[in-house]
Design a protein around this ligand. Structure first.
Ligand code: PEP
Ligand code: MN
Length: 361
């Protein structure tokens, strides 16, 4: 827990030439909210510090109110705008259980499968293929957040049924996206992990809904989201009582257009420093190019990621979505083989190497 004494929560910078009355007004407002105020008088400016730990809602309101005063230059938040997901709150890493495995421990979790569930044959072949090559979790979208309404939208409920069948046939747990709060119950019946996509990272209704579950949630980083916004989205899920959040870096939008997104591996390091939650990486959405998926996967694990979610398709050229960034089954086998020495170099293990079957390619 945060040490509750002597915490500098906020700094209020006054405008040049602020009067004594103005200084007093700011101090009174801070003290009324429950803070202790400390005044630093400079030659040019006066700065007031607010010391204490006050409710987040009160603090956020107060910052805005202070910033609307004419003699206040800025009110700057010092403490982080999230609590439950922070390392300060909980030092030891959160282990998210997925059937008989955990995410966030010594072992890496490898999730693999097609972008979308397309047919019975396609998902069964994918599931069998990734399982043989060492995947721990089967991925596959039934509800797809497509940019255009004129492209394949996913098989919906039929897709969920096929995922269930593929899961039963292989014994692999399933991760799949939920887009609509009304579908959470149905998706949770099939999914071992519910995926919140990049476009829904700040769908607060959806976040609150999955916060009511006691089931793992894979929270993708918004393609426009700062690391702090991402962690606050995770906080929405945790305040509901669901502690099982897995963060997923999947690339952000930058000026670069050669790659589909800019995979921000520094965000993995930052998120692991700031939060106790496990962090995995999606190099497929992250690059948009299959030829970059293996190198970026290796880099992600070297940077400290707790696992990967990778798009794999038995025939990428026939895929209904994201074929250009999908690995073939053979290339996924190559990824698993090349991952082993990198994992070992950073003190991590692969579940598929602790069991009997290892990397068939
Ligand atoms: C996906 O995993 O296929 C997907 C749509 O991911 P994102 O939300 O990161 O774009
Ligand atoms: Mn995809």
């Amino acid at each position: 827990p945060i040490p509750f004494s002597e915490v500098l929560a906020m700094i209020v910078v006054l405008r040049h030439g602020a009067t004594e009355e103005a200084i007093q007004e700011v101090c009174e407002r801070l003290e009324r909210a429950g803070y202790q105020a400390a005044i630093w008088r400079g030659v040019e400016r006066t700065v007031i510090g607010a010391i204490g730990v006050i409710d987040e809602e009160v603090k956020t309101q107060l910052i805005q109110q202070l910033e609307s005063l004419p003699f206040v230059e800025s009110a700057i938040r010092i403490l982080r705008p999230y609590k439950l997901v922070s390392r300060e709150w909980k030092e030891e890493p959160t282990l998210v259980p997925v059937r008989d495995k955990v995410v966030g421990g010594e072992h890496l979790i490898i999730m693999a499968g097609p972008c979308s569930v397309e047919s019975r044959e396609q998902i069964l072949e994918s599931a069998q293929g990734v399982k043989e090559r060492g995947a721990d979790v089967l991925r596959g979208g039934a509800f797809k957040p497509r940019t255009s309404p004129h492209t394949f939208q996913g098989l919906g409920y039929d897709g969920l049924k096929l995922l269930k069948e593929a899961s039963e046939a292989t014994g692999l747990p399933v991760v799949t996206e939920v887009m609509d709060p009304r579908d959470v119950e149905a998706v949770a019946e099939v999914a071992d992990i519910l995926q919140i996509g990049t476009r829904n990272m700040q769908n607060f209704t959806l976040l609150r809904e999955v916060g009511q579950l006691r089931k793992p949630v894979l929270l993708k980083r918004g393609m426009w989201a700062t690391i702090e916004e991402w962690l606050q989205a995770a906080e929405y899920i945790c305040v509901g009582g669901n502690p099982f959040v897995i963060l997923c870096e999947r690339g952000i939008r930058t000026f670069e257009t050669y790659t589909r997104n800019t995979l921000d591996l520094s965000a993995v390091v930052a998120a692991k420093q700031l939060s106790h939650l496990p962090v995995i990486v999606d190099p497929s959405q992250g690059t948009g190019k299959w030829s970059m998926v293996i190198p970026m996967s290796l880099a992600a694990i070297a940077a400290g990621a707790d696992g990967l979610i990778v798009e794999v398709h038995p025939n990428p050229a026939q895929a209904l979505s994201d074929g250009p960034q999908s690995l073939t089954l053979e290339r996924f086998g190559e990824l698993m083989e090349r991952l082993a020495p990198v994992a070992a170099a950073v003190g991590r293990k692969l579940y598929c190497q602790s069991g009997a079957s290892v990397g068939v390619s």
